[in-house]
Design a protein around this ligand. Structure first.
Ligand code: COA
Length: 168
């Protein structure tokens, strides 16, 4: 298999997302994380902040055989971006049955717009099934402990931003 894109908003990246990236990296030759610049809802972190957080998360990730996992942002339709990147596969994480309807709709719409572009859904590992970016944003806003929900390098950056306004 060639290039697989893992698209999402990643506002912010969580341990669940990293689990999907690690597992995808053992299935495909190349995996790229694609950060949506505008997904129709207001985000807490800017696209470049979301990229930096994913890059920090990947420093400690257990990446498999995949060549590299660079992170890029995209705007417009995902199918157009996938075409520009030459990707054959979209990877998505499925946590619970409640994720299925939206994933089904997206996968069918994307394949209708670009036949041949397959969506592969990886079932989220059990310990991450309850994690969502919304939950992380809420804990972040209220000063709670982020450790169980985001990788350590991401937690460090989020805590710095919460106290000083910047990741550094
Ligand atoms: N573990 C933990 N959390 C997970 C997860 C996993 N394996 N998989 C998904 N999630 C959570 C996220 O934390 C996030 O939680 P939130 O809703 O509380 O914020 C939510 O599921 C989904 O976020 P994310 O994984 O970042 O992706 P998304 O659903 O926001 O991504 C796009 C959607 C960007 C792929 C889609 O909107 C898109 O393709 N946009 C481009 C425009 C386009 O082509 N539109 C037509 C699409 S048919």
């Amino acid at each position: 298999m060639g290039l697989a894109l893992y698209p999402g908003t990643f506002d912010p990246v969580t341990r669940g997302h990293v689990d999907v990236i690690e597992r995808a990296s053992r299935l495909f030759d190349r995996v790229e994380v694609a950060v949506s610049e505008e997904s129709g809802r207001e985000t807490l972190f800017t696209p470049s902040e979301r990229v930096r957080l994913i890059e920090a998360a990947l420093e400690d990730a257990e990446i498999g055989a995949a060549e590299v996992v660079p992170v890029r942002t995209f705007d417009g339709l995902l199918v157009d971006y996938a075409e520009r990147r030459g990707a054959d596969v979209l990877v998505r994480g499925l946590r619970r049955a409640s994720d299925f309807d939206a994933e089904y709709q997206m996968a069918v719409a994307n394949r209708t717009m670009r036949p041949g572009l397959e969506t592969v859904c990886l079932i989220t590992s059990g310990e991450y099934g309850h994690i969502s970016s919304t939950l992380v944003r809420e804990i972040y806003r209220h000063g709670g402990d982020l450790a169980p929900f985001v990788p350590d390098a991401v937690r460090t950056k989020l805590e710095r931003r919460r106290t000083s306004g910047s990741f550094e």
